[in-house]
Design a protein around this ligand. Structure first.
Ligand SMILES: *[C@@H]1O[C@H](CO)[C@@H](O)[C@H](O)[C@H]1NC(C)=O
Ligand SMILES: *[C@@H]1O[C@H](CO)[C@@H](O)[C@H](O)[C@H]1NC(C)=O
Ligand SMILES: *[C@@H]1O[C@H](CO)[C@@H](O)[C@H](O)[C@H]1NC(C)=O
Ligand SMILES: *[C@@H]1O[C@H](CO)[C@@H](O)[C@H](O)[C@H]1NC(C)=O
Ligand SMILES: *[C@@H]1O[C@H](CO)[C@@H](O)[C@H](O)[C@H]1NC(C)=O
Ligand SMILES: *[C@@H]1O[C@H](CO)[C@@H](O)[C@H](O)[C@H]1NC(C)=O
Ligand SMILES: *[C@@H]1O[C@H](CO)[C@@H](O)[C@H](O)[C@H]1NC(C)=O
Ligand SMILES: *[C@@H]1O[C@H](CO)[C@@H](O)[C@H](O)[C@H]1NC(C)=O
Ligand SMILES: *[C@@H]1O[C@H](CO)[C@@H](O)[C@H](O)[C@H]1NC(C)=O
Ligand SMILES: *[C@@H]1O[C@H](CO)[C@@H](O)[C@H](O)[C@H]1NC(C)=O
Ligand SMILES: *[C@@H]1O[C@H](CO)[C@@H](O)[C@H](O)[C@H]1NC(C)=O
Ligand SMILES: CC(=O)N[C@H]1CO[C@H](CO)[C@@H](O)[C@@H]1O
Length: 670
């Protein structure tokens, strides 16, 4: 019995120390905090209250499923909007508990208010009669600091600033970060050796708004708390915190070093708190017991290990492309490198003048393309993708892979932007536009003499060869056509839209596909009809292009009066009758030599043969183009040259007629 009593005496003292400790060391850690609307109360039992109750119940039921959620409830004037956000390092279960607590506190702290927000230790809950979802409001930030001061405030402030700036860039602009970032950086002083920081934004706001929100938070924290060993900023749409211990890995504050802090202010604090604690001890006993147990549970939970990148540890990047991400981050953080692959949506909006119609260059198969001018004066082409089914991570990985493809006959992909539903690709700008615009226009075509046409054909073949064989990834273009060949200022060709098949259907290994991407007139028969594609399907499209370039005629809208459905079919008939020179573009007769024309026509016809097996590979095409001594075989019947195929063909009148999402069954049904 005596033993029991001594234990029960020790426990209160231990707890007293614990409470004292956490109150002194984390004097800022006593949530909840709140912002309540000044005017505007709702009446008891009103529709607003009814909607509010349902809303809160709904938010709270979602909290065990996700860390962030916004919704609204009710109709018209009584609609209530709500949102919660849990810190990413807490478990879903704790998130739920935190939101439950917050929904009680919000009623207690802001009774009858039509608008309020409360911050708990691990979450925040907000509601309003006004629709705030997706709208940024950075006024009235609350800052909380630790009473303990650092010994070298100036140096500390600098490190805090750069760390927070670096993390903000990740959270705001890296789509893989899901609007949050944590980092640890070395900082040695009397009481600590590291600085740990966390920034996060609500997922309803855009990356650029996230940046604005966090920049304000950084400003506030540096202005008001830069002497403190730890601080946090509570904002409506973002949250920021730094400490000298790894708070986001579930660690609690370290033992305070008794001798280094002898400030008189702290002594006063100690006395006040000791008194309060002594009085309240009995009451607090039960509460603190629960508190203590919860802290320890959290401590045990820990967090997954982070990968170290330079001095910063970024958690959440444990994926296979680590070294690539490393590269990306180094480039992104260095403001002097202008070609960071991540573009912020605000930059895109400014560059394209809010996607103004006057900036629109055209409508490609995957979405409209706009001309843009970046802040540094660079001209770019901005492709706003129509919805892809890919998730953000998958999309980012694909784009980063495609960005590795670099060849002088490929349009350079400079970067991309993801912002909510928006997926945007940024390319170098090609002043001379696309080949179809020049080639199929009688007047402009005259500018393309025979030499230029040969140069364009060999550039395209080299570009496709690179995609097929020389790059580390095997890319099948699947939509080679005149409108996808862009011309630079020297009229050198560059292939665009490569890799889109990967973005839109995931994989490009050469396989069977349910969704056909491609354009009538350029699609190989096995691809159009059976969805089978391979590098030989691109060879087919190249053959069509070669025939179009040397004749200046469109394959698909070739006159039916010539009793052939396509240019390729007509060319083959002429070839068989040895009348091939009838096809020479009259505009180039002066600059062309007939032997070369005949040879290119033969190469074109070899590429469009019906049986994919008979078509040459891209490397043989390049050899045939280069060396005139190579003996060419006699072409076999091309695809679409007779009967049944003609039904599938449909005239292509402009470059907007790419057929995306056309399924096999669609074709077979006709
Ligand atoms: C609100 O409704 C409850 C139950 O419907 C009722 O008991 C209560 O008196 C009402 N309060 C007011 C102020 O109308
Ligand atoms: C959440 O809201 C939906 C309608 O918006 C409603 O059907 C559902 O019952 C609500 N859930 C809870 C738990 O209140
Ligand atoms: C939130 O709850 C609603 C209804 O209670 C449900 O329809 C919705 O899918 C949930 N959202 C998430 C993100 O869990
Ligand atoms: C709005 O809600 C009220 C009660 O919640 C309901 O009686 C009314 O029919 C609703 N009005 C509309 C337009 O949905
Ligand atoms: C909330 O509304 C009720 C009923 O209208 C009122 O009695 C109470 O004082 C109000 N509370 C506050 C804090 O305004
Ligand atoms: C931000 O919220 C406060 C409080 O609700 C409001 O007074 C202020 O007008 C809002 N500011 C903006 C820019 O929306
Ligand atoms: C921390 O620094 C601030 C600003 O210099 C000062 O006002 C405050 O008293 C210091 N706190 C302690 C505990 O020394
Ligand atoms: C923090 O860093 C940013 C950019 O690096 C700089 O513009 C700002 O002035 C710094 N703030 C302070 C308080 O040093
Ligand atoms: C922030 O990023 C810059 C540029 O990459 C780097 O030099 C610096 O060390 C980083 N600062 C911190 C504190 O992580
Ligand atoms: C406090 O910290 C300083 C510097 O790290 C150290 O020299 C000293 O021994 C520490 N004192 C205690 C009581 O731990
Ligand atoms: C906190 O910092 C902001 C500047 O970011 C300043 O306007 C505000 O007055 C500061 N608050 C206090 C209490 O010093
Ligand atoms: C960098 C970082 O911590 N990212 C995290 C952001 O939140 C998502 C979802 O909660 C996590 O999966 C990420 O790891």
């Amino acid at each position: 019995m005596a033993h029991y009593e001594s234990v029960s005496l020790i426990i209160p003292f231990l707890l007293a120390y614990l409470i004292l400790h956490s109150l002194v060391y984390l004097s800022h850690a006593d949530p909840p905090y709140q912002l309540c609307s000044e005017p505007g109360y709702y009446a008891v039992n009103s529709t607003f209250q009814n909607n509010f109750d349902k809303l809160v119940a709904n938010l709270s039921s979602n909290a065990s499923l996700s860390k962030f959620y916004s919704t609204s409830y009710g109709n018209n004037t009584y609609r209530v909007y709500g949102q919660y956000m849990c810190l990413n390092y807490v478990s879903n279960q704790d998130c739920r508990k935190c939101i439950d607590l917050a929904s009680q506190d919000i009623l207690r702290l802001c009774p009858n208010d039509t608008e309020a927000i409360v911050w708990e230790e691990f979450c925040q809950l907000r509601y309003s009669g006004q629709d705030f979802i997706g709208h940024l409001n950075i006024t009235g930030n609350i800052w909380k600091d630790n009473v303990m001061n650092v010994s070298q405030p100036d140096r500390f402030k600098l490190v805090v600033n750069t760390t927070l700036q670096n993390l903000t860039k990740v959270a705001a602009f890296d789509p893989l970060s899901h609007m949050n970032a944590t980092g640890a950086v070395e900082f040695k002083d009397a009481s600590a050796s590291m600085l740990y920081a966390l920034v996060t934004c609500g997922r309803d706001i855009s990356g650029s708004d996230c940046n604005i929100c966090l920049q304000q938070a950084i400003k506030d924290v540096l202005a008001n708390c830069s002497f403190s060993v730890g601080a946090r900023i509570l904002s409506r749409s973002c949250y920021l915190r730094y400490e000298q211990y790894a708070f986001y890995e579930g660690k609690t504050a370290p033992e305070p070093n008794q001798t280094t802090q002898g400030g008189s202010r702290k002594k006063v604090w100690l006395i006040v708190i000791l008194t309060i604690t002594a009085v309240g001890l009995a009451v607090l006993l039960v509460v603190s017991c629960i508190y203590y147990l919860r802290i320890h549970r959290r401590e045990r939970r820990g967090n997954k290990s982070a990968i170290q990148l330079g001095v910063l540890h970024y958690s959440g990047y444990a994926r296979d492309s680590t070294s690539f991400m490393n590269w990306t981050f180094q480039r992104r953080f260095d403001k002097n490198v202008p070609d960071s692959p991540f573009f912020d949506f605000a930059t895109i909006l400014t560059a394209t003048n809010y996607f103004s119609a006057s900036n629109k260059l055209g409508q490609g198969g995957f979405g409209p393309v706009y001309k843009g001018i970046l802040g540094d004066g660079r001209e770019v082409a901005i492709k706003r993708l129509s919805s892809t089914e890919q998730g953000t991570d998958e999309f980012t990985n694909e784009v980063l892979l495609i960005m590795k493809l670099q060849h002088k006959n490929l349009v350079k992909l400079l970067g991309f932007c993801i912002d909510n539903e928006e997926k945007i690709l940024v390319y170098e700008y090609m002043p001379n536009g696309s080949l179809d615009v020049i080639l199929f226009d009688r007047e402009r075509r005259a500018k393309l003499d025979w030499r230029k046409r040969i140069n364009i054909i060999s550039g395209i073949t080299r570009g496709v060869l690179y995609l097929h064989e020389d790059s580390r990834l095997r890319i099948i273009h699947r939509d080679l056509k005149a409108s996808n060949i862009l011309l630079d200022s020297e009229m050198d060709p560059k292939i665009s839209d490569f890799g889109m098949a990967r973005i839109f259907s995931g994989n490009d290994g050469g396989a069977n596909t349910a969704t056909i991407v491609g354009t009538y007139g350029y699609m190989a028969p096995e691809y159009a009809m059976e969805g089978l594609y391979s590098t030989k399907s691109d060879v087919f499209s190249l053959g069509v292009l070669v025939l179009e370039i040397i004749t200046g005629e469109r394959n698909a809208s070739f006159h039916l009066s010539k009793r052939a459905p396509t240019l390729a079919a007509y060319a083959w008939h002429l070839w068989q009758d040895e009348r091939e020179l009838e096809l020479v573009d009259p505009l180039i007769i002066d600059s062309c030599c007939m032997e070369e024309f005949r040879r290119l026509m033969q190469i074109g016809l070899l590429c469009v043969q019906e049986d994919a097996y008979d078509r040459p590979t891209m490397s043989s095409v390049v050899i045939m183009m280069k060396s005139e001594s190579t003996i060419l075989t006699n072409p076999q019947r091309p695809a679409f040259s007779a009967g049944r195929s003609t039904e599938y063909h449909q005239p292509v009148t402009d470059n907007s007629s790419s057929v995306n999402g056309l399924t096999i069954s669609d074709i077979e049904a006709r």
